[in-house]
Design a protein around this ligand. Structure first.
Ligand code: ACO
Length: 311
C-alpha cells in the first residue's frame, strides 16, 4: 500500500507585529489579562494588499524548497482557508497559477481551525488511492479581516499567517492515520453571523468543548493505531489558547517540552496554525525524521480532527 509522507514544510508570517501593549491602546484590555487567559503575547497582521494566497504561496515555495521538489512535480493542491482572497476562484487556483503549474486538481477546503487536518486527510487519501503522488497541503489565513478590532472578546485572539507541507507517495510509513469529525449543532457558539463581516464567539463555551473534544480525539487516535500515549515524541496542536494546549498535553501525559507552542507569538491563525508550528519546530531541529508526531485541532463548525504522523 502506498503511504504519504511529509517531504518538506514551509511557513510565512507577515512582517507587521501587533503586541498586547498595542491593543491596550485601543481596547479595554491588558497585557496581563491576555497572557494569563490565552498565553498570547503578540500576533502578525497582514499588510494592506497582502492576501492569504500571497502568504500561502510563500509557505508552499518554502516547503517545496525543503523537499527538493520542483513545482512542476506537484499533482494536487489543497488549501485550507476560512479567509480566501475572493469568493472564487479559489486560493488553490491562485497559488497553482503563481507556481506555474497547470492541469492538476486544486481546490480550497473550509473547516475553520481544523482546516489543515481536513486538507491533510483528503490529500493523504488521494495519495493512498493513487490519485496523486506529490501534493501541496497549505493552510493560509488573514483572520485580521474578519476580526472586529473593537470587540475585546475576539480581537486579542487572532493573527495572520500561512504554513504548508509537501506530501509525497512513499512505501515507508508517513501519515499513519487521520480522523476528522464535525457537529453543526454548535454553529452559534463561534461564527460569522449571516449578513455580518466579523467573528463572534462564546469563548467560555468553546473553551470547555475544545478541551473535552481534544481529549476524545487523542484517545480515538491512540486506540485506532494501537499505540500508547507514551510512544508520542511530539504534540503539534492547533494554537488557540495555551490553557487548551496544556490541558491536551496533560491528558497525554506529555511534558510541555514535547509540545510545540507558537500561540504566544502567532496567536490563533486558524487553518495555518498547525503547519506553521510544525515548520518552526522542524527548522529549529526539535522535530526530527523518524519521530512520532500527533497533530490535533478543534474549531468553528464545530469541526475537529487529528493526524498521527511518522515524520
Ligand atoms: N480583556 C479583558 N477582559 C476581557 C477580555 C479582554 N480581551 N475578553 C473578555 N474579558 C472579560 C469578560 O468580559 C469577562 O468579564 P466579566 O467576568 O466581568 O463578565 C471576563 O473577562 C471572563 O471572560 P470569559 O470569556 O469567561 O474568559 P475565559 O477565561 O473563558 O477566556 C477566552 C476567554 C480566552 C476567549 C477563552 O474562553 C478561549 O480561549 N476560548 C476558546 C477559543 C477557541 O479555542 N476557539 C476555537 C478555535 S477559533 C476558530 O475556530 C476560528
Amino acid at each position: 500500500m502506498t503511504n504519504a509522507r511529509i517531504a518538506g514544510t514551509g511557513s510565512y508570517l507577515p512582517q507587521k507585529v501587533v503586541t498586547n501593549q498595542d491593543l491596550e491602546k485601543t481596547l479595554d484590555t491588558s497585557d496581563e489579562w491576555i497572557r494569563e487567559r490565552t498565553g498570547i503575547c503578540q500576533r502578525h497582521i497582514a499588510a494592506e494588499g497582502e492576501y492569504s494566497s500571497d502568504m500561502g504561496l510563500i509557505a508552499a515555495r518554502n516547503a517545496l524548497h525543503m523537499a527538493g521538489i520542483e513545482a512542476n512535480e506537484v499533482d494536487l493542491i489543497v488549501v485550507a482557508t476560512t479567509t480566501p482572497d475572493k469568493t472564487f476562484p479559489s486560493n488553490a487556483c491562485a497559488i497553482q497559477r503563481r507556481l506555474g503549474v497547470h492541469g492538476c486538481p486544486a481546490f480550497d477546503l473550509q473547516a475553520v481551525c481544523s482546516g489543515f487536518i481536513y486538507a491533510l486527510d483528503v490529500a493523504n487519501r488521494m495519495i493512498r488511492t493513487g490519485g496523486a503522488r506529490t501534493a501541496l497541503v497549505i493552510g493560509c489565513e488573514t483572520l485580521s479581516r474578519i476580526t472586529n478590532w473593537l470587540d475585546r472578546s475576539t480581537a486579542v485572539l487572532f493573527g495572520d499567517g500561512a504554513g504548508a507541507v509537501v506530501l509525497q507517495a512513499t512505501d515507508q510509513p508517513g501519515i499513519l492515520s487521520t480522523h476528522i469529525h464535525a457537529d453543526g449543532e454548535f454553529e452559534n457558539l463561534l461564527e460569522v453571523p449571516l449578513g455580518t463581516d466579523y467573528m463572534v464567539m462564546n469563548g467560555n463555551a468553546v473553551f470547555r468543548k475544545a478541551v473535552s473534544t481534544l481529549g476524545s480525539i487523542a484517545a480515538e487516535t491512540l486506540t485506532g493505531n494501537g499505540i500508547d500515549k507514551h510512544e508520542l515524541d511530539w504534540l503539534v496542536p492547533h494554537q488557540a489558547n495555551l490553557r487548551i494546549i496544556a490541558a491536551a498535553a496533560k491528558k497525554l501525559d506529555l511534558p510541555m517540552e514535547r509540545v510545540v507552542v507558537t500561540v504566544d507569538k502567532h496567536a490563533n491563525t486558524s487553518a495555518a496554525s498547525i503547519p506553521l508550528a510544525l515548520d518552526i519546530a522542524v527548522r529549529d531541529g526539535r522535530i526530527e525524521r523518524g519521530q512520532l508526531v500527533l497533530f490535533e485541532a478543534f474549531g468553528g463548525g464545530f469541526t475537529w480532527g487529528s493526524a498521527l504522523v511518522r515524520f
